[in-house]
Design a protein around this ligand. Structure first.
Ligand code: BES
Ligand code: MN
Ligand code: ZN
Length: 489
């Protein structure tokens, strides 16, 4: 899809559909809009009247335009109240516009929306909204879901935005889409081996340094926690580390760590039916977001060094699976009593965090579909954020806000660590049910010594069952845009 800003006036634009945004408090047709109505022989005012269009956010109306007008269809989209206009409003509105245009079989689209903050931010939000709404994952369908013409060309009418801004938004979207595709792919298609292949392909395409630690390499590094999880799987574990280095001296050095369970059966503490076991292909959502951010960053080329890390494996049942109650030793020497094999994500992350800290980075952020408890606490749309560093927490909160991705800071309540006290090992991997997302975060904290660190529990937002806003149902690619904003900040 080609998207460009254009200074063609509304009245002169030619193409399949002209979409105009209208605020709730300004739907009377004045100025240019009145002229357009005259040009369209009153179609616009009739459309507003007939559909009782009030400009409510994301409401739409469209009409075929007859005669020899330069456009085939006129469409209006509600923007809500003008004083409530945010970039997120534009993102959602643009998504609505894209969907409507596709439904109405329009190939070329002129969109006239108001400016928010500045022209480039506006163009970025609109581009993200359209690209992400129109993306359809047909990889596993034998026939296309929505055949028919695709939107091919979009002009952002009357917006003085730069081509670079739009291009950067498209690069970010390519990362979001990669994250979605990785999460959506089932566990018989997305495995530790294919994750390593994806990493290899990304490293090759963007000329990045790739390090893949095989099982033996992980053994040498003493990654007993990660390998304890991996030992029940017939597939080899892959510890993936990709580095993006800028050409100039980096302003900062950062590490992103993503939980990479390509399937989480629960292990011998097997997930029961009704627990959502059939959804556990999403358990590499943190790694998916990590790879997605990597793809975006490799194209955006900021002056920041970023390490992208994931300890990828499956959590399976077998004769060589870890027993509930086994002790494992992580690569920092700490011993863990695995009192529940279904709390496996934190075990894989423990070794990944120790590895990340050895790289002497300025900050580490991990993302993980870590606990059902976080979904209970915050619902499906909001990620939990834990950090012992207020500056880092503030940076991430701002980055998420800018992305329109919801996070909520949660406490690292030290007292709750008592729930993880073990009799003969240093700690257990599972505490009591209350505050389960907090004890999970406290567990991770044991594996980072001095580096500013933040943990995002993304168990809820990596997936949506019903369509919401600009996201199609299914994998969301949540977190990619937050990470990109944070890295660029
Ligand atoms: N991968 C799950 C968490 C999860 C649940 C992600 C639902 C996405 C949707 C994680 O490994 C897990 O099983 N957590 C347990 C922890 C418990 C055993 C302490 C949970 O949340 O029940
Ligand atoms: Mn689990
Ligand atoms: Zn898991």
């Amino acid at each position: 899809m080609e998207i460009k800003a254009s200074n063609t006036p509304k009245l002169e634009w030619t193409g399949d559909a002209l979409i105009i945004g209208l605020f709730e408090d300004a739907i009377e047709l004045t100025g240019d809009m009145a002229k357009l109505d005259v040009m369209l022989a009153g179609t616009l005012s009739e459309l507003i009247e007939e559909t009782e269009f009030k400009g409510k956010a994301n409401s739409t109306a469209s009409s075929r335009v007859g005669g020899t007008t330069p456009i085939r269809k006129i469409m209006i989209v509600g923007l809500g109240k003008s004083e409530e206009l945010k970039l997120e409003t534009l993102r959602q509105t643009a998504a609505t516009c894209g969907r409507l245009a596709k439904k109405e079989r329009c190939k070329t689209l002129g969109i006239s929306l108001p400016i928010c903050q500045d022209a480039d931010s506006t163009a970025i939000a609109i581009t993200e909204g359209i690209e992400l709404a129109l993306y359809q994952d047909n990889r596993f369908k034998s026939e296309l879901e929505n055949p028919g013409p695709d939107v091919e060309k979009v002009e952002l009418i009357g917006l003085a935005a730069s081509d670079e801004a739009i291009a950067s938004a498209q690069q970010i979207c390519s990362g979001v889409i990669l994250a979605r595709e990785l999460v959506a792919a089932p566990a018989n298609s997305c495995t530790p081996i294919t994750m390593a292949k994806t990493a290899e392909a990304l490293a090759k395409e963007f000329d990045l340094t790739l390090e893949i630690l095989e099982k033996e390499d992980c053994e040498k590094l003493g990654m007993g926690a990660f390998l304890g999880v991996a030992q029940g799987s017939d597939l080899p574990p892959k510890f993936i580390h990709i580095t993006y280095k800028p050409e100039s001296t980096p302003r900062r050095k950062l590490a992103i760590v993503g939980k990479g369970l390509t399937f989480d059966s629960g292990g011998l503490n097997l997930k029961t039916s009704g627990s959502g076991i059939e959804m556990m292909k999403i358990d590499m959502g943190g790694a998916g977001t990590t790879f997605g951010a990597l793809k975006a960053i490799a194209q955006l080329k900021p002056d920041v060094e970023v390490h992208f890390i994931s300890a990828v494996t499956e959590n399976m049942v077998s004769g060589h699976a870890i027993h509930p109650g086994d002790f494992v030793t992580a690569s920092n020497g700490k011993t863990i009593e695995v009192n529940n094999t279904d709390a496996e994500g934190r075990l894989t992350l423990a070794d990944a965090l120790v590895f990340a800290e050895k790289l002497e980075v300025d900050a580490i952020v991990d993302l993980a579909t870590l606990t059902g408890a976080c979904i209970v606490a915050l619902g499906n749309d909001i990620a939990g954020l834990w950090s012992s560093n207020d500056d880092l927490a503030a940076e991430l909160t701002a980055a998420a806000k800018k992305a329109g991705e919801k996070v909520w800071r949660m406490p690292l309540e030290e007292k709750y660590f008592e729930g993880l006290k073990a009799t003969h090992a240093d700690m257990k991997n599972t505490g009591p049910r209350p505050g389960g997302a907090i004890t999970a975060a406290l567990f991770l904290k044991q594996f980072v010594k001095n580096t500013p660190w933040a943990h995002l529990d993304v168990a809820g937002p990596v997936w949506i069952d019903v369509e919401n806003g600009y996201n199609n149902p299914g994998a969301t690619g949540y977190g990619v845009r937050t990470l990109v904003n944070w890295i660029l900040s």
